[in-house]
Design a protein around this ligand. Sequence first.
Ligand SMILES: Nc1nc2c(c(=O)[nH]1)N[C@H]1C(S)=C(S)[C@@H](COP(=O)(O)O)O[C@H]1N2
Ligand SMILES: [Mo]
Length: 503
Amino acid sequence: MRAHSALSGLVAAGAGVAAGELLAAAARPGASPVLSVGAAVIDATPTPIKEFAVRTVGTADKPLLLTGIAVILTALAVLLGIAARRRPLWGVLGFAAFGLAGAAAAVTRPAAGPLDALPSLLAGLVAAAALTFLSRILTDDASRPQAGASPAPGRRGFLAAIVLMAAGAAAGGAATVLLRARAGRSAAENRAGVRLPPPTDPAPALPPGTPPDFLTTNANFYRVDTALTLPQLDPATWRLKIHGMVGESVTLSLDDLLQRRTLERFQTLTCVSNEVGGPYTGTARWLGVPLKALLDEAGVDPAADQLVARGADGMTIGTPTRLALDGRDAMLAFGMNGEPLPIEHGFPVRMLTPGLYGYAGSCKWITELELTTFDAYDAYWVERGWAAEGPVKIASRIDRPVPFTRVTAGQSVTISGVAWAVHTGITSVEVQIDDGDWQPATVLPPPTGDTWVQWRLPWSPVPGGHTLRVRATDRAGTVQTSDRATPFPSGATGQHTISVTAA
Ligand SMILES: Nc1nc2c(c(=O)[nH]1)N[C@H]1C(S)=C(S)[C@@H](COP(=O)(O)O)O[C@H]1N2
Ligand SMILES: [Mo]
C-alpha cells in the first residue's frame, strides 16, 4: 500500500508540473514553474558557490541545477503521497505550498507580471486534486471487506487512474517540448530575416599575415550568462528605451538602429570569471551603432555617473557613463562576424564597451538603458560583491604547446598564444622557459588596441620536463604581475604557467 501511495504522489506531481509547464509554454514562456524556481535558486545562491559551480562543472551548471530540482521534487512528491494516505489534507497543503513557491519565484522574476503566477498555481492545483482523487480510491479500496477472490474494483480503478494521469502528464510534457521547439524555430527564423546594413565606418583591415584564428568563430565564442532559457526576442516588436537622467527619453526599434550610421570593429570580450589561462575570452568583428551618438541625442545629465543596461533576462549591467562617452568604440551591436547576433550572444542587440569585463559593459538581449548614479543603484553582480567598475586586467595565455602534452625534443617547437589589455593595448610579450631569462616573443600586430594580440616564440627543447610561463606588458607600461588573485571580485591576476615534456 505504501508503494501505491508513493506512486500517487509521484504521478500527481507529474500531472501538476506537466499542466503548469504546458500553460507556460503556450501562454507565458517566461513563467515556467520549474525554470522560475531554478532562476530564483541561481539568484539566491551565494557568489562563492556560483563561482565554484562554474569552475568545476562549467556550462553543465544549469542542467545539473535542473536535475537537482527534479530529484528534490520527486523525493518530496513521494513523501507527500505517503503522508496523504493517512491525512489527505497533507497532500493538498503540500502541493498548494509547491504551487505558491513556484508562483512567488515566477512573479519575482525581473520582467514578470502578476499573470506569471498562473502556471505554477495551476501546477499546484492539478497536483493537489490528482493526489486527493488517487488517495480517495486507495482509501475506499482499503476499507472494503476483504471477501471474495476477485481483485477489488477499487484496485483496478486506481491502476486505471494512475495510467491515465501518467499518460496525460507525458502528453503534456511532449506538447510542452513541441511548443518550446516551435518558439525556438520562429526565433531562429526571425534572426535569419534580419538584413545587416553595410558598415558606414568599416573595421580597419586586418594586418597582412593575421592568422585566421585571430577571430573566434561565433560557434566557438564563449558564453556566460545566468539565463536558464535563452530570451527569444522578436525583432519586429523589440524596443530599446533610453531613460532616467536624460533630457528626453528615447524609444528605438531595431529598424531605427539599422538605419543609423553603423560602426564595425574588432573587439575582444572577456569575462571577469576567467581564470589565469582560462577560456572565457574571444575576439569578433562586431557591427552596431555608436552608443555615444545615441546618448548625446537623449542628452545625458552630467550628474548621471552610471549607465545601467537591462536585458530581457532581467540582468542589469552598470557601466561608468564617462567610459561610454570618452570616445572609445562603445556600441550597441547587432552583427557578429558578418551574421546577425546569435541568440545566445544577445539577439537582437547587445552592448559592448571595450576595456570592461562583460558583466560591466556588455549587456545581452538589451531592452533598456537607464542613466542613474552608482550611489542610487547596484547592478546584478555588484549587489553580489563584484567590483562596481570592471576594467579588464592585463592577461596572457599559452595555447601551444597544450599543457601536459609531449613535444619532440631537439626539433623546433613554436610556443604561441594570446595576450590582452583591452583598450589599452599590448606592447610586448615575454616567455620564460624553466628558470631562464624572460625572452621576448614575436607579437603579431593587432588591428587596434581593443583586441588581443597573438604571439609566438620558437623553442628547441632538450629532453625532459619543462615549465613555460608568459607575461605581457601594456601600452601604459604595466608588466603583468606574477601575484595570484582569484577572479572575485575584480578579475584574476597571475602568470599562466604550463608543464610539458620533451622526448
Ligand atoms: N543580459 C545579459 N547580459 C550579459 C550577461 C547575462 O547573464 N545576461 N552576462 C554578462 C557576462 S558575465 C559576460 S562575460 C558577457 C558574455 O557574453 P557572451 O556570452 O556573448 O560571451 O555577457 C554579459 N552580458
Ligand atoms: Mo562575465
